[in-house]
Design a protein around this ligand. Structure first.
Ligand code: PBG
Length: 325
């Protein structure tokens, strides 16, 4: 393997030679498109820190879903913006809430499209935390019942997969139990297993109106310094019944994606989060980065690290480029 016997450049000479030895491929099959659905009608509110992302009422959301489906994107991930919030996030499990209604309508129009729903309370609580409070602490075990009710309401509306993003201990098992007890054994669970307490969620909290009103999420989301703990979290979720596990964010945690993929023989999703999207958009708008190649390199890198699926706000743009290629 020494120069001049081995010359790696020989197989870089032409596009066909490069194509033949390419190790990682990105296809539209791997993309999940996240969407924010609100109550009301005719609503298409731009999210300032995420150009190209909107808060959509169900009628507008259906148009967005049509265009994603036409591009071959296999799945959407829904986040809800309720009309009212309260201390316990009671609207999260409302049978006719935005996510439940959107799920039913999408399934009428695109029965084959995979609908994944976010299961969390932070968009629905007045305090913006992901669970039920006891004093100023998030009460783990009291939250499990509420989350299970949210997951069940999504399953009843027709969700294919529910995705708990709250980071309470034991929520995957609790949700699996309630789904099974209600005849929803075919509804899958995509667990946000290694979800870090990240500053990269900033723009999302504007989009979902879900910033905590006091304190932060450090008592339930993972410490960015930890990597062994990500494996313990993932092992627990698989044990409790997760069909697929997730690492989030993606780019600053490529090492975690790789470790989780190597350690477990299990499907892994990675969430290319709002801050990762906003950085590229901002730099591109200044003319400092070329958006399309940067986007494609990022997504390819997340795949190369070991992610089977990528949840990304770039899904439609990437699908369009992949189609042209
Ligand atoms: C809710 C949730 C968050 C994201 C997904 N689900 C925000 C948070 O935990 O504060 C972030 C997604 C993104 O930044 O794109 N628990």
């Amino acid at each position: 393997m020494m120069f001049p016997d081995y010359r790696p450049r020989r197989f870089r000479r032409t596009e066909n030679l490069r194509r033949m030895i390419r190790e990682t491929t990105l296809t539209v099959d791997r993309l999940v498109y996240p969407l924010f659905v609100s109550a009301g009608e005719g609503l298409r509110n731009p999210v300032a820190s995420m150009p190209g992302v909107f808060q959509l009422s169900v009628d507008e959301l259906l148009k967005e879903v049509d265009s994603a489906a036409a591009l071959g994107i296999p799945a959407v991930l829904l986040f809800g913006l309720p009309e009212t919030k309260d201390e316990i996030g009671s609207q999260a499990s409302a049978a006719h809430g935005p996510v439940q209604t959107a799920t039913r309508r999408i399934k009428e129009h695109h029965p084959e499209l995979v609908v994944i729903t976010d299961v969390c309370l932070c968009e629905y609580t007045s305090h913006g935390h992901c669970g039920i409070l006891r004093g100023r602490e998030v009460d783990n075990d009291a939250t499990l019942e509420a989350l299970s009710a949210v997951a069940l309401s999504h399953a009843r509306a027709g969700a294919d997969v529910v995705a708990p993003s709250d980071m309470m201990d034991g929520r995957v098992g609790a949700i699996r139990g309630v789904l099974d007890d209600n005849g929803m054994e075919n509804v899958g669970i995509l667990a946000y297993s290694a979800k870090y307490c990240s500053a990269f969620y900033g723009p999302f909290r504007e989009a979902a109106d879900s910033a905590p009103q006091f304190g932060d999420r450090r008592t339930y989301q993972m410490d960015p310094a930890n990597s062994d703990e990500a494996l313990r979290e993932t092992a627990m979720d698989i044990e409790e019944g997760a069909d697929m596990v997730m690492v989030k964010p993606a780019l600053p945690y490529l090492d975690i994606i790789r470790r989780v993929k190597e350690e477990f023989d299990w499907p892994v999703a990675a969430y290319n989060v709002s801050g990762e999207y906003a950085m590229v958009k901002a730099a591109a708008s200044m003319g400092w980065l070329n958006e399309e190649p940067v986007m494609m390199e990022m997504l390819l890198s997340i795949r190369r690290a070991g992610a089977d699926l990528i949840i990304t706000y770039f899904a439609k743009d990437a699908a369009r480029l992949l189609r042209e290629a």
